[in-house]
Write a protein that binds this ligand. Structure first.
Ligand code: GLU
Length: 307
């Protein structure tokens, strides 16, 4: 059996918050507790939202937290902005199978582009354009590019959430793999990269569970071996809202002034069910107690005043 390889896959669009940190802690513990390694890939596909300064800050934060990675990070070939040639090759493979078509309807396209979007895209009318109609439209407007999905149910067993199925046609629809501004879409890039980097397990928030069948479909079309998936529950603010980069209190900027790394990690591990008390613990010290069957499936509300 191949050695376990996990990954950190941050989008450097802001300073880390507790939700990102939770994701890194679980990815690190999952790989390391199995004797495996972790690659740090910078997901800076979106040139408007992502800034290198956030990536450098994130690496400094991970070092401060005591969550070392084994490859990637500052290595420029592990930044998605430098990996376009690999996405282009995968795009051509899909195109040669007759599965890719240009799409001119920008609103619907945007709904499905975000990695965390859950919106369902209806069948795209652009799928039925004739070559002549496409030529005429391309002269007017740069299209995005979608991959066709079949009437097929994709099922898999998630290591945290259990069995999950999705009907690609009904629940998702033809989805974008390249944006009209030329940026590669998350769904394609993440599959190409996880496969090319030899990642054997993907640990990420349950908000991305609904993306996984689309990714499994791409793995199959590209003839790639999929990893195992673990979608952990989301951390919610004390009032039940999802944490975001806008929650200043949950941002590392504020937390690092208030607490040690071990205090923060110990509390996160307590919320995730594998630290018996909320007392301080380093990532190394948490390895012995980590197990996926202790991690709950339902979202976790952070108690008021815990951090
Ligand atoms: N870059 C994505 C994010 O920061 C993570 C994608 C993934 O883990 O597949 O939300």
């Amino acid at each position: 059996m191949a050695a376990v390889k996990g990954r950190f896959a941050p989008s450097p669009s802001g300073r880390m918050h507790l939700g990102n940190l939770f994701s890194f802690l679980l990815a690190w513990l999952s790989a390391r507790s199995a004797g495996g390694s972790v690659v740090l890939r910078i997901e800076d596909l979106d040139p408007v939202r992502c800034q290198p300064a956030y990536a450098w800050q994130l690496m400094e934060d991970l070092e401060w937290l005591g969550l070392p990675w084994d490859e990637g990070g500052e290595v420029s070939s592990c930044w998605q902005s430098n990996r376009g040639h690999l996405y282009a090759r995968a795009f051509e493979t899909l195109q040669s199978q007759g599965l890719v078509y240009p799409c001119f309807c920008s609103r619907v396209q945007r709904l499905n582009e975000a990695p965390h979007g859950h919106e369902v895209s209806p069948a795209c009318p652009c799928a039925a354009l004739t070559p002549e109609e496409v030529q005429a439209k391309i002269a007017e407007k740069a299209p995005s590019w979608r991959v066709r999905v079949p009437h097929r149910t994709v099922s898999f067993t998630d290591g945290c959430q259990g069995p999950y199925s999705q009907d690609l046609w009904h629940d998702c629809g033809d989805f974008p793999i390249k944006r009209s501004d030329g940026a590669w879409a998350y769904q394609l890039a993440v599959v190409v990269d996880d496969a090319a980097m030899g990642v054997t397990e993907v640990v990420r928030g349950a908000d991305l569970l609904a993306s996984t069948p689309r990714q499994l479909y791409l793995y199959a079309l590209l003839g790639l071996e999929p990893p195992r998936f673990f979608h952990f529950p989301l951390l919610l603010a004390p009032d039940g809202r999802r944490l975001s980069k806008r929650d200043a209190d949950a941002g590392l900027e504020v937390l690092r002034d208030r607490a040690t790394a071990a205090e923060i990690l110990g509390k996160l591990a307590y919320l995730a069910g594998f630290n018996p008390s909320a007392g301080p613990k380093t990532a190394e010290a948490l390895l012995a107690d980590f197990a996926w069957d202790k991690v709950p499936q339902a979202d976790i509300r952070i108690p008021e005043g815990l951090f």
